[in-house]
Ligand binder design. Sequence first.
Ligand code: ADP
Length: 365
Amino acid sequence: MAGVTLESVYKVYDGNVTAVEDFNLEIIDGEFLVLVGPSGCGKSTTLRMIAGLEEITKGTVKIADRVVNDVPPKDRDIAMVFQNYALYPHMTVYDNMAFGLKLRRFKKDEIDKRVKDAAEILGLTDYLQRRPKALSGGQRQRVAVGRAIVRQPSAFLFDEPLSNLDAKMRVQMRVEISLLHTNLKTTMIYVTHDQVEAMTMGDRIVVMKDGIIQQAADPVTLYDQPANKFVAGFIGTPPMNFFEGKVTNDAGMVFAGDGFSVNVPEQHRAGLEAHVGRETTLGVRPEDIVTAEGGADPVKSTVTAKLEVIEPMGSETYWYLAVGISSFIARVDSHVRAKVGDEVTLALDLEKAHYFDVETEEKIV
Ligand code: ADP
């Protein structure tokens, strides 16, 4: 087992495409680390530099305290699982898993033991003599994982391993890979564009955009304390709502948007002082917006909006709403009765709100 460290790592492709910029991260031994971000943000490039499949333009990559910049992939003691499985179609499941060990001239008994142990862990024992085409997508993915396990590497690298599976199988494999990590306790570095996968699997998540780390934190911290507007909008479904408006000193402190105005709670006022009079973005998660039960609103935190779309999800209902120039989503109790076109009053839980600088998009409070 081993930790992996990246120090000021850059990747510049031909034609001056900076895919990864000043990447600094210490992945501790045994950690399940997820790299997440939209397509093209540099996740795969980062993983491939750790694997040795991509040259490092500048900086240092260490595996178990050894600088590996010039170490070929096969000597890095890591195993990678790809999106397309990359199984040999003419070989049985057994031979697919054994192949890498044969190349490394492992003894036959040792190969047999490792393949059978891996098959047991992955529920593939009954399929060892089949060829890949006689397996389901999920089983093929398990073989690809099995091929990595038999190597007993000091770290596993996963590059979008579940993208080719249907939604149900993806959820199942997600759980299996998490269990595998619990059992093996080996360092795992996992790349995905899917924030739900990232949130459910990672001990720690690194959110990337345009080749740059936006935030690295555990799932709950990312959700509760996003460092900037990008992370706030990327993590969570439905995504966080953003309202544009101005902070003013009326009635203590107020956030005034187009068609609404709400009181800023005491706890956020000091932090927002420097932004009074300036355009600011208010962020409120859909679950922090509830239907107002009428009555007085002494600390004003309500917004009256037009209900445009209703999406029943079963356990709850998503309301798509509009007020002035803002559109937003609320997650409401599925028993609340309303119809499209209604004017509805909603209460925002502003104690949980976030404020972002319009220009830098960094979090203010
Ligand atoms: P992700 O995995 O987050 O989708 P990648 O790491 O694959 O992103 O790509 C990051 C950026 O580098 C993208 O802009 C992509 O177009 C560019 N890129 C990737 N591979 C190459 C390459 N071989 N040559 C030039 N540009 C590349």
